[in-house]
Design a protein around this ligand. Structure first.
Ligand SMILES: *Cc1c(COP(=O)(O)O)cnc(C)c1O
Length: 369
């Protein structure tokens, strides 16, 4: 019996769509190399599958958050350049070097530890990560200037990139964008021989000023977080569906689900789906106390959630979809129900839905090799 017959949900991952999205983003920044961020298990779709499909599309430089992710990419891609965005973890320099992982050095202790571990000739490269306004990871502007003034220390790091990260690239007119761009320009002038990287997905859409030598798209590759004017150029990569387990009739005035938070206004047919928040479908995407929930798609029609999302179950109103029946598949998000829209209902962003998909879906990869 196929796995999908034993699971409440199935996940279809379109690797050709992933490759097409990478090519589209590469086309928007023709003067730069286009890398790919595959952290968070490839934004939930599977880090090895994502990395291999992107490499087939032409990607040569990958960004992960952690060295454990870097090792997984390295196994799949012996020749790729791999940067570890969370930097050099304490005591791990030899492991990075052995697997040719490049830390994004983000603090003075990391700089010293990396410089002091092994000779420059054995170093695989590293990014100098400078903070220009996030107050997250990165050297301060003063530290970056101090580093730029110490050629022997720089040589010991064997750096291959200077990078920073924008705080507000998804807001086109946000003044932080220009401010960080100007600061990054100054930082970069201290490292004239290093390629530079500033742009995540949204910053690619901000235009060529932001592209520099290497872009670092993540979420847009996976079909989420894309501004409306580009949405039609980005393809859906992940489609999550849940099985209709049962259909029931309920009377007006009755309530549905935990907390009895949703009172039915009409006689209602309710389909019960076999997925829930344990599958990363956020509890807050449900309805209650007058606020509408997200919608799913069954038999080519949209059906709103009624009541709270449970751990393993979701109730949806199929009164207006009479043929809906046990065994149907309901699209939780995918080509017809944008992941960002479900995320909005849950008060979050598509990134969080994708990276929180959970382990229970029957996964199917299509469009590879
Ligand atoms: C996650 C991340 C990215 C990718 O961001 P998206 O918004 O997913 O494109 C790029 N750079 C850094 C430093 C990141 O942490």
């Amino acid at each position: 019996m196929p796995l999908s017959n034993l699971a409440g949900g199935r996940l279809t991952i379109d690797l050709e769509a992933l490759a097409a999205n990478w090519r589209f983003l590469a086309g928007l920044a023709p003067g730069a190399e286009t890398g790919a961020v595959v952290k968070g298990d490839g934004y939930g779709i599977g880090i090895e599958e994502a990395a291999k499909a992107l490499a087939r599309a032409g990607c040569k430089t990958f960004f992960v958050a952690l060295p454990q992710e870097g090792l997984r990419v390295r196994k799949s891609l012996p020749d790729a350049a791999i940067y570890v965005l969370n930097g050099l973890l304490p005591g791990a320099a030899a492991t990075y070097a052995a697997a040719s992982l490049r830390p994004a050095l983000a603090s003075w202790p990391e700089i010293e530890e990396w410089a002091g571990s092994g000779g420059a000739a054995e170093k695989p490269g590293a990014a100098i990560h400078v903070d220009t306004g996030m107050n997250r990871l990165g050297l301060s502007l003063g530290e970056a200037a101090a580093l730029a003034g110490r050629p022997a220390l720089m040589a010991a790091l064997a750096p291959s990139l200077v990078m920073s990260h924008l705080a507000c690239p998804d807001t086109l007119e946000h003044p932080m964008n220009r401010r960080q761009l100007a600061l990054f320009g100054e930082v970069r002038s201290g490292f004239p021989n290093l390629p530079a990287s500033l742009a995540s997905s949204s910053a690619i859409f901000l235009g060529p000023d932001y592209h520099f030598d290497l872009t670092r798209p993540g979420v847009a590759l996976y079909g989420a977080g894309v501004p409306a004017e580009h949405a039609s150029s980005i393809r859906t990569v992940a489609t999550a569906e849940a099985r209709v387990l049962a259909v029931r009739e309920a009377n007006a005035g009755e309530t549905v689900g935990y907390g009895a938070g949703e009172t039915l206004k009409r006689p209602t047919r309710i389909a019960i789906l076999g997925a829930g928040y344990a599958d990363g479908y956020h509890r807050r995407a449900g309805s209650g106390n007058g606020a509408p929930g997200a919608r799913v798609r069954i038999r080519e029609r949209l059906a709103p959630i009624v009541g709270r999302v449970s751990m393993d179950l979701i109730a949806v109103d199929v009164t207006d979809i009479p043929p809906a029946a046990r065994g149907d598949w309901a699209e939780l998000f995918g080509p017809n129900v944008p992941v960002d829209e479900v995320a909005r209902h849950a008060g979050t962003i598509g990134y969080e839905l994708l990276t929180g998909l959970g382990q229970r879906y029957a996964r199917r990869y299509v469009g590879g090799e």
